[in-house]
Write a protein that binds this ligand. Structure first.
Ligand code: NDP
Length: 444
């Protein structure tokens, strides 16, 4: 049995009941086979076995009191996966579906994504099964303070720098930072995605969505095309989805559909983003209100039907496994030309195969959504240097980073004989830097 297959088989045996982690590891390791075959020293150094085993997993109890005076207990996680190229970096997710498997899949992906940005950041991820939806601000604050009362021991500006993810936006980062500062008496860049009044960076809020659209435009440009006049579907209506929509519209695309976890809206005249922002960002409401406020728009319960709407470009920006094989087939049948992943692992392995077999340009998450973490690293640089860059300056750097990411994944795919296969390109390009650093550090 080949090295990669052996490592995968062992991983599944040693980590049973972690399907998302198996899925991410399978996608990554199978594409690394050509590199590993060229470097027998990796096997001798147990490099892949070490890559898939987190350096540290922290799991903890998060007790808090709700508005009715009832004691609630949630699970807290931080997986410090790999620090070969820099301090652990990766978001915190607060969502009822969070478990160790999901945090580990996200952490493993994060190692290669962070490497692809070209910046010195290692991989980590964390979160809780706490659901901020429907909670009062005081309840969210109580939870965040309790969460940080344990987490503060394990993080630091040069050790591990968490950020936001699903369910963790500006409000949550503010409460988490406030508690860290109170306990440690240190005003340092220990979290990114901070508010502009206390050390945040311009463009961080917009970064993942903007970056996704920048790399999409870059891939289209390489094919003599552009987003102008294209019909686009964006799933989700959270942070990534909203700013992907804004940038796509500003480049002349027509976004016709979006969703939240209850159902999707379709607006053939083009989504009015100010209304989506008012519903989701200001009122923390449900997307179905859009159809009540905009004539000509419709709302449908359930999410998967969104992929039956004809489009040129699909940008899944909600959550893992939102596009399965059937949805991928529907997209292909309706003529989709490009799929770029704003969310982490939104396409199943079977869906990716459908895209690749049918000549759809497919930009995987670790490249396509790297703009968020890249801008987090720019926030870290500004914090360390006690500097504050203008919107244009950060946006320009983000654009340059995304165009480098595209060049790197395209180049790596070509170099290894898989031209146009950006799953291979992204995994290989991200892996080489991490592997080189791990080899330099010896067996640690
Ligand atoms: P938000 O919490 O801001 O938004 C998430 C959106 O996805 C919401 O509209 C939510 O609906 C919807 N959603 C969540 N779970 C499901 C589900 N099971 N089915 C259908 N819809 C769902 O999160 P973000 O925008 O920050 O993150 C979205 C994705 O992007 C995640 O995969 C995340 O890991 C990834 N990502 C985020 C980055 C960032 O900078 N924020 C960076 C890189 C990747 P509802 O409103 O009903 O909850």
């Amino acid at each position: 049995m080949k090295y990669v297959e052996r490592v995968l088989e062992n991983l599944k045996k040693q980590n049973p009941n972690e399907p998302e982690f198996h899925q991410a590891a399978t996608e990554i390791l199978t594409t690394l086979a050509p590199v590993v075959e060229q470097h027998p020293e990796y096997e001798a150094a147990g490099l892949l076995e070490r890559l898939v085993e987190p350096e540290r997993v922290i799991m903890f109890r998060v007790p808090w009191v709700d508005d009715g005076g009832k004691v609630r207990v949630n699970k807290g996680y931080r997986v410090q996966f790999n620090s070969a190229i820099g301090p652990y970096k990766g978001g915190l997710r607060f969502h009822p579906s969070v478990n160790l498997s999901i945090i580990k899949f996200l952490g493993l992906e994060q190692i290669l994504k962070n490497s692809l940005t070209g910046l010195p950041i290692g991989g980590g991820k964390g979160g809780s099964d706490f659901d901020p939806k429907g909670k009062s601000d005081r309840e969210v604050m109580a939870f965040c303070q309790s969460f940080m009362t344990e987490l503060y021991r394990h993080i630091g500006a040069d050790t591990d720098v968490p950020a936001g993810d699903i369910g963790v936006g500006g409000r949550e980062i503010g409460y988490l930072f406030g508690q860290y500062k109170r306990i440690r008496d240190e005003h340092v860049g220990v979290l990114t995605g901070r508010g502009l009044s206390y050390g945040g960076s311009l463009v961080r809020t917009e970064a993942t969505g903007y970056g996704l659209v920048y790399i999409t435009e870059e891939a289209l440009k390489a094919r003599g095309d552009s987003l102008k006049g294209k019909t686009v579907i964006i799933s989700g209506s959270g942070n990534v989805a909203i700013y992907a929509c804004q940038k796509a519209q500003s480049l002349g695309a027509k976004v016709v559909a979006m969703y939240d976890s209850n159902g999707y809206i379709y607006d053939p005249n083009g989504i009015k983003l100010d209304i989506v922002k008012d519903i989701k960002e200001v009122k923390r409401g449900r997307i179905k209100e859009y159809a009540q406020r905009v004539s000509g728009a419709t709302y449908t319960e359930g999410c998967s039907g969104i992929w039956n709407i004809p489009c040129d470009v699909a940008l899944p920006c909600a959550t893992q496994n939102e596009i399965d094989e059937n949805s991928a087939r529907a997209l292909v049948k309706n003529g989709v030309k490009l799929v770029a992943e704003g969310a982490n692992m939104p396409s199943t392995l079977e869906a990716i195969e459908v895209f690749q077999k049918n000549g759809v340009v497919f930009l995987p998450a670790k490249a396509a959504n790297a703009g968020g973490v890249a801008t987090s690293a720019l926030e870290m640089a500004q914090s360390s240097g006690r500097m504050f860059w203008s919107f244009e300056e950060v946006d320009e750097k983000l654009k340059e980073i995304m165009s480098n990411v595209y060049r790197n994944i395209d180049g790596a795919a070509k170099e290894y004989g898989f031209e146009g296969n950006y799953v291979m390109g992204a995994n290989i390009a991200g892996f080489i830097k991490v592997a080189t650093a791990m080899m330099a550090h010896g067996i640690v």
